[in-house]
Design a protein around this ligand. Sequence first.
Ligand SMILES: Cc1ncc(COP(=O)(O)O)c(C=O)c1O
Length: 474
Amino acid sequence: MQNRPSLPLDISRADLIQQAAQIIGDAWSSFDQARPIEPAISEVLRELTTKPLGNAPTPALLALEEAQGFLDTSLAQSRPRYFAFVGSSGLEIGVLADALASCFDVNLATSAKSADLIERQALEWVAELLGFPSGAGTITSGGMISNLTALTAARERALPNVRRTGLASRPCALYCSSEAHYSVSRAAEVLGIGANQVRSLPIDAAHRVNTEAVAAAIDADIAAGIVPVAVIATAGTTLTGAIDPLEELADICAARGVWLHVDGAYGLPGAAVLEMRDRFTGLERADSISVDAHKWLYLPKACGVVLVKNRGDLAAAFTHDESYMLHDEHQPYNAVDLTLEYSRPFRALKLWLALRVHGADQYRAAIARNIAQAQLCADLIRGSSELELLVEPQLSTVPFRHVPKSLIGNESVLNQHNLSLVKTMQDDGRVYISSALVDGKICLRPCFVNFRTSNGDVQTLIDVTLELGNKARN
Ligand SMILES: Cc1ncc(COP(=O)(O)O)c(C=O)c1O
């Protein structure tokens, strides 16, 4: 007994694995098609969530069954009609890779032997897929941390040794579009740059940043003694999928010696599609880029990628010499010397396995299919006299609203109507959609990033919008 591990199970491992595999298999079958309604959580399960922690063990099969019940009544982004925010879709091989990575519980803080090679190769494969010339970088928990990681390196380059001295009242600034993701402001807050020092610049009719405004803002700051830390271009804004003019921004940054970061957390996989590549021209000139594999590379959360042109920039920002983590001549950097995190799970395994199992061509085809679905959605919207397309889709996001004839011209009532329509659609459960505010108009904002979504699902989105939108007016 003394030689047995603690934390025993009440059933055999084989039975446990069989049950877990059954749950996964059932879930995958239920994701193949949309389900007609979203089931409600049972009273038994709801009651369970009010109980204190018990001292005695619960039979593992019972606890797994309870977990299955909670999962089945949670909002699963893996379902084919999840169109809200920027979802993901729990690619099967990624799900299994997560289980395997947890099983071995490798830590990518210092040296993890083979896992280090896999992480390095996965980063190189992502760079190759997107057409970025460097595979140096790190895997993070997502876009928020990827952007913070890149901007920490940018701050260190703009103000050498700032990581040790602190900003000491030296004013500095970041430059981005008014529709950049708020992770830029978050980074400014965390890095001591200050959210008020984020120059949130105007956009054009296609929601891309006005590059003249970027250049003028940088020049005005330099003249005022404010240090420009970085321009953050967005390649696929969260709101509309707009891609900022990367080439022009690269010129502006090169002329002024300013770091260019491309936040492609959502949209950069679009660059994998060769017919789309020219929209991303200039990407190769960026100092750093971020892309979330847990968004449009279909992997389960969490898996973000940040790549830098020069690995030394990350090292300059993050390297530490600690007595419990020595460097030697064969290993100039520990993994932790290039990241914000210390203990770091083997997220790279799911990225590597997914790219290996599916290959670049399948990925390109899946992303192209989502882009075509966005075009189909836009066509269906244009084909209806009661729907209004607010922005032409540049990637796979299609902001639109329901405009019943009786409400034409009445903007505040239209806003209220579309806000409550989204709520009605969420309660209805046939499709899951989120609302957004585009050019002052409240709208529905589907985003197609799911490999399970069919063209029929796109049609259902439009049908349900019209059905429930018209019902609300009667
Ligand atoms: C453009 C952009 N950047 C950053 C993020 C933040 O990513 P994460 O949720 O992975 O932290 C998002 C999230 O949607 C995004 O769309």
